[in-house]
Design a protein around this ligand. Sequence first.
Ligand SMILES: [Zn+2]
Length: 56
Amino acid sequence: MVLLKCPVCGGDVQVDDNALPGEVIEHECGALLEVYMKDGKLALRVAEQIGEDWGE
Ligand SMILES: [Zn+2]
């Protein structure tokens, strides 16, 4: 598991090592977070434009 930060509430989010970019995770605060790759590592952003901007 990888421990990332929720961009909405700042809390910890556990993400599977095998998570793929584009995967959406619901955090305990209710936010929908999308996994994406940033500098070769997993990162999280708010999933509000699913299907439109896939990033890198
Ligand atoms: Zn959160």
